[in-house]
Design a protein around this ligand. Sequence first.
Ligand SMILES: [Zn+2]
Ligand SMILES: [Zn+2]
Ligand SMILES: [Zn+2]
Length: 152
Amino acid sequence: MERIAKRPKERRSSTRREKILALLVESKSFLSSQEIHKLLTRQEISIGLATVYRQLESLVEQGRADAIVSPSGERLYRHCGQAETHHHHIICRVCGAATELDFPEVEIITQTYAKRYKYKSVTHSLEIFGVCLACDRLQSSSIKSRRKPKLS
Ligand SMILES: [Zn+2]
Ligand SMILES: [Zn+2]
Ligand SMILES: [Zn+2]
């Protein structure tokens, strides 16, 4: 797939893209472009934030990364291994852990309403945000230990 005669500039940007992709593969959670930029800088890779953003968007376009919008409206990225196929996520608001979801119900509802309102080429996005079991346990145990003297 790779062309042999690449201009140096293209080659450099493609290695950077691979570095960004490697970060997304390693990460268990969704990351913002700022967080990815910070991680790259820590690895002493000099790259501008705008370039990071462009590279991330091109990875998403190629179906090699997954993008979602957080409740605060921030765009977040991750490599799910199934970005090519349509899917949903459940994401922890505290630690950012994400799990892929198959949502047959949502697909059916989408088709039902598209038909009802005669809409063609419909798409949808749905992500569930919450606090995962591990984070919930951590939170409640720290609350308990703080309250200890009162309860007992
Ligand atoms: Zn995903
Ligand atoms: Zn969590
Ligand atoms: Zn869906």
